[in-house]
Design a protein around this ligand. Sequence first.
Ligand SMILES: Nc1nc2c(ncn2[C@@H]2O[C@H](COP(=O)(O)OP(=O)(O)OP(=O)(O)O)[C@@H](O)[C@H]2O)c(=O)[nH]1
Ligand SMILES: [Mg+2]
Length: 261
Amino acid sequence: MAHNASSLDKIDSFHNWKHGLLEQIDAYRHWLSETQMASEDMLNRLVRASEALQKDELTIAFVGEFSRGKTELINALLLSDFQQRILPSKAGRTTMCPTELFYDRVRDTSYLRLLPIESRRLNLTISEMKEKVDLWNEFSIENDHPETMAAVLQKVAEVVSVEESEARALGFSGSSLERDPVNPEKVLIPRWRHAELSFKHPLLEQGLRILDTPGLNALGSEPELTVSMIPNAQAVVFMLSADAGVTASDMQMWTDHIAKT
Ligand SMILES: Nc1nc2c(ncn2[C@@H]2O[C@H](COP(=O)(O)OP(=O)(O)OP(=O)(O)O)[C@@H](O)[C@H]2O)c(=O)[nH]1
Ligand SMILES: [Mg+2]
């Protein structure tokens, strides 16, 4: 596979730097402890710093109004070897649930894991739900079969038709609700609340993590995104459309959810 050499080089040098730093922290900690120069608290802090570096991942979050090309850019950056779109991207609202792309180095396998939208009724955060394997629906992914992979990944764009009261009970507010064109007394809501895509790719294997977010109103209805996931990312890419420029809704999303974080 031909991958973008310069981004690979940068991630490589980041990893070399990280390993060098880890060695120095560990050497310093051993020296402090042998010479009894440090308090217990200081040694614990050094252990925590070294643990944080070891599991360190580099997260880039893609944010912006719907149809600004977030998913298309991720397809182009990571998945361009496949000669076809892997993540669903089309005009109008497409990505319906926040989607994390990474490689599960512990399980060493590719999969798509989806958290049903009904899980909003449980009083648990997404991070807490990540520990509860039974709550997720998992589908295996075959890296060598782009067509079947793209078909599985269509799930992140799935919607379900529900009564408006049901949508409100699940935390969707009136303005973000889209009428079901087939059944106008009902509304369409995302079928899934969150997606985790573990995918064997050289950049993801080295700890790159990508967060693709849905446009319109997603940030408002999933507070964990704005409270922790986006602020914890090392970089946020805020996408605008070149032909529309900065619209009022782009600006509102920026000021309400991004500028503050
Ligand atoms: N002309 C042009 N079209 C683009 C560009 N990037 C994306 N598109 C098209 O714009 C449409 C929307 O792209 P998406 O990647 O689905 O947009 P998104 O921001 O992920 O949208 P949501 O998932 O709904 O939040 C698709 O039809 C893309 O092919 C671009 O740079 N130029
Ligand atoms: Mg998208």
